[in-house]
Design a protein around this ligand. Structure first.
Ligand code: PRP
Ligand code: URA
Length: 265
């Protein structure tokens, strides 16, 4: 509703009545088929949707949380030094992982509180597996693991050939029971999509069937290529940027993520 609607007139008076600083959850029905839940905050209206989607990129989820967008702008800044760059990649990875884990399935888990036994919940299935694409994906591991400390960590070594822009692989190691696990593939940049598509293909060859791709900045070309090769892989990112330049760098982008993370050139 934030994006395409004003406060419905019937609700506006209600918002005024309860004051400016109160969150109100209300049901609004303009027409019977438009029944929906909305949050009102003062005069602002926003829906439950925390991620932006667009029909042009059905596999893409853009995490539009204000903190993610704020930190991303600092990350893009060419003047941001390596130490801060690393911290920002780590923090944004945590925030994106929060959204990306929202669809993990739960199972009942009885628990004894100090007072009584109750029905708790736990994430079902085998431990989640994080797989950074070397090198730059390494910068996201700790941030995601902060939310899922028991996660296993695999590694995929890939670099992009500077002339062809095609991925060259040099390392692969993931848990042997891949078919039973959920995978989060981590890489800050989805540019041409060659590295991501190759990494997903390697994971699938190892038996993986449930893979999500977490990045910070995506280019339309990369999202399209990955979706064409692997339409089952949902991509979570902080931004969908405009385009690639002739050298395959994302515009406006943030430069070479690996070099900025590790202080190389
Ligand atoms: C960067 C980035 C991705 C890849 C994205 O890695 O971290 O892995 O490029 O580009 P693509 O979508 O066009 O494949 P790079 O190859 O520079 O290696 P590095 O992390 O070792 O610096
Ligand atoms: N890899 C990066 O690190 N940055 C880009 O913009 C594209 C690929």
């Amino acid at each position: 509703m934030r994006h395409h609607c004003r406060v419905p007139s019937a609700a506006a008076s209600f918002v005024q009545e309860v004051g400016q600083r109160i969150f109100v959850v209300a049901c609004v029905a303009r027409q019977p088929q438009h029944y929906c839940l909305v949050f009102f905050h003062a005069r602002e209206v926003s829906s439950f949707r925390r991620m932006d989607t667009t029909p042009a990129f059905p596999t893409l989820r853009v995490v539009s949380h204000p903190l993610v967008q704020h930190k991303l702008s600092l990350l893009r800044d060419r003047a941001t030094p390596t130490k801060i760059f690393k911290e920002l990649v780590d923090e944004i990875a945590t925030l994106i992982a929060y959204e990306a884990t929202s669809e993990l399935t739960l199972e009942p888990a009885p628990v004894e509180t100090p007072l009584e036994r109750t029905e708790g919940k736990r994430v079902s299935g085998k431990k989640l597996t994080l797989v950074p694409i070397l090198r730059a994906g390494l910068g996201m591991v700790e941030g995601v693991a902060r939310l899922v400390p028991a996660a296993r960590v695999g590694h995929i070594g890939l670099y992009r050939d500077h002339d062809t822009l095609e991925p060259v692989d040099y390392y692969f190691k993931v848990p042997s029971d891949a078919s039973e696990r959920d995978f989060f593939l981590l890489d800050p940049m989805l540019a041409t999509g060659g590295s991501a598509a190759a990494a997903v293909a390697s994971l699938k060859r190892a038996g993986a069937t449930r893979i999500r791709f977490l990045c910070l900045v995506a280019a339309p070309e990369g999202v399209r290529r990955l979706a064409q090769a692997h339409p089952d892989v949902i991509v979570y990112c902080a931004a969908l940027d405009r385009e690639l330049n002739d050298q395959g760098y994302i515009l406006p982008g943030l430069g070479d993520a690996g070099d900025r993370l590790f202080g190389t050139r």
